[in-house]
Design a binder for this molecule. Structure first.
Ligand code: FES
Ligand SMILES: [Fe+2]
Length: 348
């Protein structure tokens, strides 16, 4: 599989986890069981019992441990077997893999690579459902496609006027002009103005404003985007440079999105969308979520159909356009990271 391993992948929304029992999921084709111990520690283990390979996600949480509910073997939170019913000796290699796991910004992040390299400080500083300054809705969608096709969609917003012709009001402005795109650590930064936009953050007609949009897209597929409305003429007065978001007059929104490969052919797409409390009310969130859910469904139709065509094409070559610059930039960084990981592994 062509994926980076030494990075944090979003595994779940913390709010969606059932704390009373283990949860099974897959990332990069690996089965993982998530559970919370009695003392509140979040644990991620390989979801495969050492005995006869039953899934531990069908198991039972017992204090700080997890019991396989096939024949009762008990696992510590580090993956080691601590009890085999009816047997005193525990084989030395009776252990499942434990993954570094962190609960942050409303998401559960799992480190898929070398645990010695897992630094919590490298978790992207996104705004999540737990942020007191934002009113947020959240969800996820599963796609029948490879993760890179979703990343490539998120790296090139020129599709907005076409895929989302019915949902977003920007029209083909996004395709006919270019955003400011530059490389940052682990990804790209995208910035642009849409002048004189006569609709609010939920897509309803409203007093026209200049809208500024800025997002970072970082490995392994995390999008963090602010949009904010400013008085007409602001874009020109700043010579299309970056504004201070604190001066926004309306529509200060944030969306965090994460693209997590379940395996080579399926991908889980997590998203939250929210309005800054200074500009919004609880009642505004559901119409915003309806709009983004509709838009994501539009992306899903196009991307899954694209995947089918790619699969049926013997030699799928693509001709890039000028809008693909961010895709090329990001994919180069990701390819280099994967190459470096492979080389390091070969040396080890
Ligand atoms: S398969 Fe888990 S105890 Fe037998
Ligand atoms: Fe889209």
């Amino acid at each position: 599989m062509h994926y980076a391993r030494n990075t944090w992948y979003v595994a779940a929304w913390t709010a969606d986890l059932d704390m009373s029992k283990p949860t099974g999921l897959r990332i990069l084709g690996e089965r993982i069981v998530l559970f919370r111990t009695e003392s509140g520690k979040l644990v991620a283990l390989e979801d495969r019992c050492v005995h006869r390979l039953a899934p531990l996600s069908l198991g039972r949480c017992e204090g700080e441990r997890l019991r396989c509910m096939y024949h009762g073997i008990l696992f510590d939170s580090d993956g080691a077997v601590s009890e085999i019913p009816g047997q005193d000796v525990i084989p030395r290699d009776a252990k499942v893999r434990a993954y570094p796991v962190v609960d942050r910004h409303g998401w559960v992040w799992v480190w898929m690579g070398d645990p010695a390299l897992a630094y919590e400080a490298t978790i992207p500083a996104t705004i999540g459902t737990d942020n007191p300054d934002y009113l947020m809705g959240h969800g996820f969608l599963d796609y029948d496609c490879a993760a890179h096709l979703i990343s490539e969609n998120l790296l090139d917003f020129s599709h907005i006027g076409y895929v989302h012709a019915d949902s977003f009001p920007q029209g083909d402005q996004m395709a006919k002009t270019h955003a400011d795109i530059r490389p940052i650590d682990q990804g790209i930064r995208y910035r642009r103005w849409v002048e004189n936009l006569a609709s609010d953050a939920a897509g309803f007609p409203a007093e026209p404003l200049d809208h500024y949009m800025e997002y970072d897209y970082v490995i392994p597929g995390i999008l963090m985007m602010h949009i904010a409305g400013f008085p007409l003429g602001t874009a020109k007065s700043l010579e299309f440079g970056s504004p201070d978001l604190a001066n926004a007059v309306r529509d200060l929104t944030f969306t965090g999105q994460a693209v997590t490969p379940i395996d080579e052919h399926t991908t889980r797409y997590f998203f939250c969308y929210g309005m800054h409390r200074d500009f919004g009310t609880e009642q505004m969130i559901e119409p915003m979520m309806q709009l983004v859910r509709k838009a994501f469904a539009e992306d899903k139709v196009m991307i899954e159909a694209q995947q089918k065509v790619i699969d049926e094409t013997p030699d799928p070559r693509m001709i890039p356009t000028s809008h693909d610059r961010s895709i090329t930039m990001y994919n180069r960084m990701l390819d280099k990271m994967i190459r470096d990981e492979t080389e390091r592994q070969a040396v080890a």
